[in-house]
Write a protein that binds this ligand. Structure first.
Ligand SMILES: NC(=O)c1ccc[n+]([C@@H]2O[C@H](COP(=O)([O-])OP(=O)(O)OC[C@H]3O[C@@H](n4cnc5c(N)ncnc54)[C@H](OP(=O)(O)O)[C@@H]3O)[C@@H](O)[C@H]2O)c1
Length: 299
């Protein structure tokens, strides 16, 4: 099967490339090789490669910046999602588009189902929800929209790496304790995406994250404890829980955005791992990468 991936240098794109199963002929593209906001480039690449499947891992993911860069967030997350899904239909390829828990309002207190109506509060969430709508408009029969949450990996910018850096630099950290969701290791997400792509008989909206729930504060505490455990941190610090109102940001985030992954697990036989277990595995990988880079510096 020929699979084209956009956004290969992002967190999920990178892990999709690293975990590609045997038998897949992979065509990964980064922002420089395939700008998804350029309709003609998309058409040229697709007609050249003739993929059986397209995975869109490219996105505008700067949630706070999106409040000021409405146009760019919309172009990448909405317009380009439309271009890609229409082009996929044109070349008879299946399409998997990644979306987010931020399409929800966060007012629920039980896990969001794939058919719960989107009601985003932020520009980022709105741009992603509108992207989903275009994918469904242009190619509902051949597309999967996969929503996930709180993604982190050894590459790119994410909460885990930001926390590790702040914990090394500071003696005290304040972290929001009244926003609840599920951290998801992008490697686990990539493996789930491959399960979906290689058994491609389905279309529609699906949810998938690692298992369990946490507030950002719980997540920070776990990162702290595991970092001490794996000697990624060699000092103690104080972590203080604060409310969203004490830590206002320009982008409003859902207070509760746990996703119900059970349909995805059932259809594709995927096993969820508890987020804390996944975090440990990610930190082990992170430590190995640091050791390799230290050895390279020494040699
Ligand atoms: N990160 C999260 O916490 C999270 C949570 C839920 C859902 N998601 C969704 O998961 C998917 C993957 O997210 P991620 O965390 O892997 O994001 P990421 O690390 O920010 O990667 C996104 C990639 O998209 C590329 N990109 C941006 N504009 C592009 C364009 N016009 N054409 C081609 N490539 C472009 C970026 O390249 P440049 O850096 O060069 O611009 C980057 O490599 C996204 O759909 C996101 O909405 C993420």
């Amino acid at each position: 099967m020929r699979v084209l991936i956009t956004g290969k240098n992002g967190q999920v794109g990178n892990d999709l490339v690293k975990t590609v199963p045997k038998g897949i002929d992979l065509y990964p593209f980064g922002h420089n090789d395939l700008d998804i906001t350029c309709e003609t480039t998309i058409s040229t690449k697709l007609n050249e490669i003739k993929p059986d499947y397209i995975i869109n891992a490219a996105a505008y993911t700067a949630v706070v910046r999106a409040e000021k860069e409405h146009k760019q967030a919309t172009l990448v997350n909405t317009t380009a999602a439309g271009y890609l899904s229409a082009a996929a239909k044109e070349v008879a390829a299946k399409f998997l588009h990644i979306s987010t828990d931020f399409v929800f309002d966060g007012l629920q207190s039980s896990p969001y189902q794939p058919d719960t109506p989107a009601n985003p509060f932020s520009i980022y969430g709105e741009s992603k929800a509108n992207g989903e709508a275009l994918v469904r408009k242009y190619f509902a029969a051949g597309s999967i929209i996969l929503r996930t949450s709180w993604v982190y990996s050894t590459t790119g910018h994410n909460f885990v790496k930001t926390m590790l850096n702040l914990m090394r630099d500071r003696d005290e950290l304040q972290v929001v304790c009244d926003q609840v969701g599920t951290p998801t290791w992008s490697k686990n997400l990539a493996l789930t995406i491959w399960a979906m792509v290689t058994n491609n008989a389905h279309s529609g909206i699906y949810h998938w994250s690692d298992a369990g729930v946490a507030s950002w504060y719980d997540f920070a505490i776990a990162i702290y404890e595991e970092a001490l455990n794996f000697q990624l941190l060699d000092k103690t610090i104080k972590i203080i829980p604060v409310s969203t109102s004490q830590y206002p940001t320009p982008a409003k985030r859902p207070a509760y955005s746990v996703l119900d992954s059970s349909l995805t697990n059932k259809i594709w036989g995927v096993q969820q791992e508890h987020w804390r277990q996944a975090l440990r595995k990610m930190l082990i990988e992170q430590k190995k990468l640091i050791q390799i880079s230290n050895e390279l510096i020494k040699s």
